[in-house]
Write a new protein. Structure first.
Length: 59
């Protein structure tokens, strides 16, 4: 049985999250402001952040 390694590329939302974390001045980004600016539901954005933490994309 062979196991295939998948190299997942970040989606647009995941890139947005990574960039927001990288450029945050004092710790965590203002997720509410980012969600409003990008016209994304805050619950959806936070679920993506949580998923990215679980898979190890962010700490």
């Amino acid at each position: 049985m062979s196991t295939a390694k998948f190299d997942l590329q970040p989606t647009k939302v995941e890139k947005l999250i990574l960039e927001s974390i990288r450029t945050a001045r004092l710790g965590l980004p203002d997720w509410g402001a980012i969600a409003k600016e990008q016209h994304i539901a805050l619950d959806y954005l936070m679920s993506r952040v949580d998923w990215m933490r679980r898979v190890g994309m962010i700490k």
